[in-house]
Design a protein around this ligand. Structure first.
Ligand code: SF4
Ligand code: SF4
Length: 68
């Protein structure tokens, strides 16, 4: 089972992950936490482990654990 971790300290809430992911709007959402916008994983079950989001995230806030 794939796990997606977002480092909220690094995330800028830019939304790039949603834009590049083939299932972006299903997997990610941008929420406000402590007055900052950050990405949150809404439903990781749509993730195919392509790592496009990891590459696209400029602050390197996304980490995937693909379990293999
Ligand atoms: S691309 Fe990275 S920095 Fe931008 S919202 Fe997604 S996780 Fe946060
Ligand atoms: S690894 Fe691919 S499918 Fe999974 S969240 Fe990132 S861009 Fe989307």
């Amino acid at each position: 089972m794939i796990k997606i971790f977002i480092d909220e300290e690094k995330c800028t809430g830019c939304g790039e992950c949603i834009g590049v992911c083939p299932k972006g709007p299903r997997i990610y959402r941008i929420v406000e936490k402590n007055g900052r916008k950050v990405a949150e994983v809404a439903d990781k079950s749509f993730c195919i482990g392509c790592t496009t989001c990891v590459t696209a995230c400029r602050p390197k806030a996304i980490r995937l654990d693909r379990g293999w």
